[in-house]
Design a binder for this molecule. Structure first.
Ligand SMILES: *Cc1c(COP(=O)(O)O)cnc(C)c1O
Ligand code: SF4
Length: 345
């Protein structure tokens, strides 16, 4: 097999030694339900099995994905309920999601849109994209357009440029935000042409999805640096994942590395109730304990907000931990060590 192509099937994975022949039948079944792809950049980083390597755990399918708990959902964050036109999700008055495609260069085993993303997921056709852009142009309350998918940086620079140009021409749009894993999983796609396609008088943000410090390879770092040097503001989002990053040590290392690249940690997502992902999910109490440790040990610049997308499409909210509650004599504040203090103000 060509070392420089992505792995996309059980037989690719077996040929590259990432799964054993004993696992093959299970993995074929997983691949019928959920898309599989691992880019060369991520294949090169894998240093163990999904049970012991945080990179393998994110991308190499396992039989555990065939286990669905009854509370897991096909559309865990409820995108479908808020889609006024194809390709748009409008849940909050001031911002919309624009999803021009469903393809990603890698398919993460914990993905919250795992039943919607995939290589056969179609791209918005020209007319549909125009209709989505017209919806944004016709709604003056929309301040921000969040371009997601799929992974929007899987589009050609020419298509990205067309979208950026169209959005830049809309007066009430102030911010254009891309959500992507490409700088990490396929850094070679961050070409001069792609960077030029992002040029706009608006506030252009790139939210990088990164879950482990080892993802920030020299090539990934260089790709991010090129974006930042081009004047693009970068933030990061991370999914809290058992077996990948659910400790204060792992997250501190990641957030410090991101800050060093001038990328501000933005959100830490609690694992969504996507089908076949229970082995990745922590409890909310475990997530809060990790956040409390981070508060006491990591610069404030490195603190993301810990958020939950409420199942059913009810929105994203911070889920703590809380540091303030009511005591007998008024407010009580808990410090990062867990000591409680009365506050009289
Ligand atoms: C997450 C999300 C957003 C963006 O939310 P922010 O809190 O602004 O990052 C917007 N729309 C939908 C539907 C979302 O799920
Ligand atoms: S890149 Fe994002 S949308 Fe694509 S599979 Fe991974 S988590 Fe899902």
């Amino acid at each position: 097999m060509n070392k420089h192509s992505s792995l996309r099937s059980a037989s690719d994975l077996e040929a590259s030694g990432l799964i054993s022949s004993a696992e093959r039948l299970d993995i074929e079944e997983v691949a019928r339900r959920f898309s599989v792809a691992i880019t060369p950049a991520m294949t090169d980083l894998i240093a163990g099995s999904p049970q012991d390597d945080p990179i393998a755990a994110q991308f190499v399918p396992t039989g555990r994905e065939l286990i669905s708990s009854p509370d897991e959902l096909s559309d865990p964050i409820g995108d479908d309920a808020f889609s006024p036109v194809k390709g748009i999700v409008h849940r909050y008055p001031d911002r919309v999601l624009l999803k021009p495609l469903h393809v990603c260069p890698v398919y993460c085993r914990f993905c919250f849109r795992r039943e919607m993303v995939g290589p056969e997921g179609e791209m918005l056709a020209g007319g549909e994209l125009d209709a989505a852009l017209a919806y944004i142009a016709g709604n003056p309350a929309i301040f921000e357009v969040i371009i997601t998918g799929g992974d929007p940086f899987a589009l050609s620079p020419r298509r990205i440029g067309r979208i950026v140009k169209a959005l830049s021409a809309i007066d009430h749009v102030g911010v254009i935000r891309f959500h992507t894993r490409v700088p990490v999983v396929a850094p070679e796609r961050i070409t001069d042409e792609l960077i030029e396609s992002l040029d706009s008088p608006k506030g252009v943000f790139v939210a990088l999805h990164a879950n482990h410090v080892r993802e920030l390879t020299p090539a990934a770092r260089e790709a991010c640096t090129r974006l930042v040097k081009a004047g693009i503001a970068m933030v990061s989002q991370t999914v809290l994942l058992k077996g990948v990053n659910a400790t204060a040590e792992a997250l501190s290392a990641l957030f410090r590395a991101l800050l060093g690249l001038r990328i501000k940690p933005y959100y830490l997502h609690h694992g969504d109730l996507a089908k076949g992902t229970s082995h990745f999910r922590t409890t909310i109490a475990e997530g809060q304990a990790v956040m409390r440790q981070l508060r006491g040990s990591l610069t404030g610049l490195g603190q993301p907000t810990y958020v939950l997308d409420i199942p059913g499409g009810h929105g994203k909210v911070p889920i703590g931990p809380g540091y303030l509650d009511d005591g007998e004599n008024g407010p009580v504040v808990t410090d990062p060590c867990g000591n409680r203090h009365d506050y009289r103000g």
